[in-house]
Design a protein around this ligand. Sequence first.
Ligand code: ASP
Length: 593
Amino acid sequence: MSLTSYKSCYCGDIREENIGEVVKLSGWVANVRDLGGIIFVELRDRMGVFQVVADPQINPDVHKVFNKLKDEYVVTVSGKVSRRPDDTYNPNLATGSVEMYPESIEILSESQVLPFQLDDGDNVSEDVRLKYRYLDLRRRPVLDNLVLRHKVVSAIREFLNGENFLEVETPILIKTTPEGARDYLVPSRVHPNKFYALPQSPQIFKQLLMVGGIERYYQIAKCFRDEDLRSDRQPEFTQVDLELSFVEQEDVINLMEKLIKKAFAAGGIEVNPPFIRITYKEAMDRFGSDRPDTRFGLELFDVSDIMAKSSFAAFADVIAKGGIAKALKIPGIANYSRKDMDDIRNLAISFGAKGLAWITYCEDGTIKSPILKYLSEAEIAEIQNRADAQKGDIVFFIADEAKVAYDVFGRLRLHFGEKLNLIDPNKNNFLWVTDFPMFEYSKEDDRWSSVHHPFTMPNLEDIDKMKTDKGACRSIAYDIVYNGVELGGGSVRIHSSKIQKEVFEALGLSEEEIQAKFGFMIDAFKYGTPPHAGIALGLDRLIAMMARTESIRDVIAFPKNSQAKDLMTDAPAFADEKQLRELRLQLKQVHTH
Ligand code: ASP
């Protein structure tokens, strides 16, 4: 049987069962070794490597060609598979007990010396690997990640197809999306002065698919967000995007748990839903984060009531002004030096704290702290009791606005989790965070915005609060968190024009703004809208975490670097004068090529 005109099977697939068979193989020369006249070549294709040998005594014609081979030449050989002599048997290789003395060989293409050695790839700078990504892809670890990605995506598709979902493509040149990040804009040539936006997600279209009666939609969707790049963001990324009609939060969660189980199984990782669920409020109170890493303890606790009544004015004042006092106990660090403590304080300040207080429970049973003098015996005893503090522990305190106190301790908690080696990297810890707030206030812009997006359903119990107490209004939005990382999120959507209008009003949008931005959506919702809900999972992050790699670039075939540049094609690039003229665009700064 022949696979193609160039190969009857893959190099990496040959096993002892094939001994005696005549096969035709094609691939790259991974390695050439001339051992006293006998030349050994490792031939590589996508499935692995296979050893081919030329000996002037056995296959002299082939040997002559072997003499010309260099790394990464592409060749095709044919001959009979044989058993390797015992002394060259390689137990570390799937094809380690077989080889071939080809009867014929043809060089299909030559290769220059590569800019970097493939087997040294881990030591090569990422910039070089990205510039020559097509060579980097020949390396096993990079290929393995793409294989994993393919398997997981296939499993997801298979699962959703089996659940009656339709895979539907939504447009890339669109108006604008409501995710709240900055849009990428594409100037229109046909409509001067007008721009398309690239979708930050298919949000609007997937909801309109529900109005259109599709009922169950999914897409492995490319999304684009022009955000200031943090080290591990990509300007374009992929989401597993879903929307369902006639469902509630419970239905989405149940379906996703099944999907996640299947997706992880495809990556060889067993996970066991149902996952725990905690509310946003509980997540913040206990872990200082809306994506808590619950692989370790170190939970925060509240001391606002104690501090409010204490004579520790710095704290009591903050609480009187509406702030909170939180505490975090770290066991076994009471012997930290003064410098260690300064470092921690500085770390807390770099996280946004104005200061950090602490009580040390020394090994000798004494209690030391710069703040003891402000606290009564009873207050000290209550703190010790609440913290369940033992010899060797230090309890840290922060009083600030809730947001700041949570954030600083959330990050300090992670710092200690890592530093004290409390995180088991083999754990697979999933949880749902529910009941997110509906709105958040931005001091900078002095306005309220949606925490999720403006189509998210408010909790019906809180609907009056949209007018009276926006900050306390909960939404029916949920996030799935995996080992302390937000893997995805979604919400039940508003399907009543009346509630939608109230939400837009709460966001301070005028009638004109609503019409201009979302008029078509409001119109659509007037023609019979099913209750619907959805979710999106970040595929790149999901695969990176399954592959246990830090960077999502490792699981994307052609990623941008951390400055949003494609080092291989050198995008973004200047446009031609002619293109700019056609688009009626004039650049302010004259560019230099
Ligand atoms: N469109 C949302 C996002 O990209 C997900 C959703 O609500 O389904 O985060």
